[in-house]
Design a protein around this ligand. Structure first.
Ligand code: ASP
Ligand code: MG
Length: 416
């Protein structure tokens, strides 16, 4: 007997039929003697639909109201799931974030969890009741509803698994696990049976949509065994585990493409102490995540300062930075959003010299210009022109020997 947290993504609960199929799976898990807590996303397309409605009213709706609106997607789905479980003859109870409560900070639309109470769920499960939690949402200390960022239901699930001391957290989605690249971009991508928390964290942070980055961070911190499975059946799945438990040790584990990237450049900024701080601190104060930063060597007392941010924050960032640009006497501010970030990820990077050079060579062979570079122990990232993004992923995937050689033209795999 085990305590299992199962999370079902939007595509797994897309219709009443889907919900019913999922509910039958939950019942099967429970009848094997396990305790189950369920976390659901909104039905697929629902969050986008709600955001679209708000967007028709105004371009930058207040975060508090946006959160109040989008959290209803998960609310409806959790109740529908509980009703469906009841219809199958099992007791079930839905919970909103604020009913647990799941308490977050006050950063609307991308809040972080500060406290989670789950005792009530233990009581339910001991009484044979299946708790169904609306993912993605919480409540902050002033009572406002918050949300955890797009894809945040994964984080709700892992946080619950940690709090409940669950034996594992199962993430059900529309793909059967983690691949070396997005198979829609790179048809020769290979399925991974296991990947380390650290590598998965990098992949998720770099645009691999399969897991919310924060959920992987929490899983590692609280050592929650995490598995990604397809809710449409099949044997394949991917375990996310500690580094030492991953047997396969290829240098590079995956290649990602991140499209939500823009850059801002300040031209001829006076080169003196405190300038970088002045430019970037207003962004930090508004929780805009600055990623790559480049300042070129100054020659005549001036330097150019360039950094990247998510395109979704571009408008706000331009507003803030243009004020600073004037204050510090920069010549001009430039913004560009037709760029993408291609990254190679793997724990082998730190111990294998020459990995970066191989990546740069593969891009140069495709005549792709690299605009910015950053590296860490686990990844190498290049900013390139948007139109070359997919080509770059395939080139980098190939140069590191990740291509599935058993892949045939019609997309079939000859054997595992
Ligand atoms: N419904 C939210 C979204 O679409 C949260 C989630 O699905 O995890 O981003
Ligand atoms: Mg998701």
């Amino acid at each position: 007997m085990a305590l299992i947290v199962q999370k079902y993504g939007g595509s797994s609960v897309a219709s009443l039929d889907h919900i019913r199929r999922v509910a039958m799976g939950i019942v099967t898990t429970k009848s094997k003697g396990n305790k189950v807590t369920v976390v659901v996303s909104a039905m697929s397309g629902e969050t986008d639909k709600l955001l679209g409605l708000a967007g028709q009213v105004m371009s930058n709706p207040p975060g508090r109201e946006q959160d109040a609106l989008v959290s209803t997607g998960e609310q409806a789905c959790a109740a529908l799931m509980a009703i469906t479980l009841e219809s199958l003859g099992h007791r079930a109870k839905s919970y909103l974030g604020l009913q647990l409560p799941l308490i977050t900070d006050q950063v609307h639309t991308k809040a972080r969890i500060v406290e989670l109470q789950s005792d009530i769920l233990h009581d339910d499960m001991n009484d044979g009741i299946i708790p169904v939690i609306a993912g993605f949402q919480g409540v902050c200390d002033n009572g406002s509803i918050t949300t955890l960022g797009r894809g945040g239901s994964d984080t709700t699930a892992v946080a619950l698994a940690a709090s409940l001391k669950a034996d594992c957290c199962e993430i059900y989605t529309d793909v059967d696990g983690v691949y070396t690249a997005d198979p829609n971009i790179c048809p020769k991508a290979r399925h991974l049976k296991k990947i380390s928390y650290q590598e998965m964290l990098e992949l998720a942070g770099l645009g691999a949509k399969v897991l919310h980055a924060r959920s992987v961070e929490l899983a590692q911190k609280y050592q929650v065994p995490l598995v990604v499975k397809s809710s449409f059946g099949g044997e394949k799945h991917t375990w996310i585990v500690n580094e030492e438990d991953v047997m396969e040790n290829s240098v590079i584990k995956g290649v990602t493409l991140e499209r939500n990237v823009s850059k801002i450049s300040l031209i001829r900024v006076p080169d003196r102490p405190g300038i970088a701080y002045k430019i970037l601190s207003p962004l930090a104060e508004t929780s805009i995540n600055v990623d790559m930063i480049i300042q070129n060597a100054s020659t005549d007392g001036f330097a150019d300062f360039t950094f990247t941010i998510p395109t979704t924050d571009l408008e706000k960032a331009q507003e803030l930075v243009s004020k600073i640009a004037e204050e510090i006497g920069a010549l001009e501010m430039l913004a560009e959003n037709n760029i993408v970030k291609v990254s190679a990820v793997g724990i082998g990077i730190k111990t294998n010299p020459g990995v970066a050079a191989r990546m740069f060579k593969s891009l140069s062979e495709e005549n792709i210009n690299i605009e910015m570079i950053s590296t860490s122990e686990y990844r190498i990232s290049c900013i390139i022109e948007e139109k070359y993004g997919e080509l770059a992923v395939r080139a980098v995937h190939k140069v590191f020997g990740l291509d599935d050689l058993n892949h045939t033209k019609d997309g079939e795999h000859k054997h595992e």
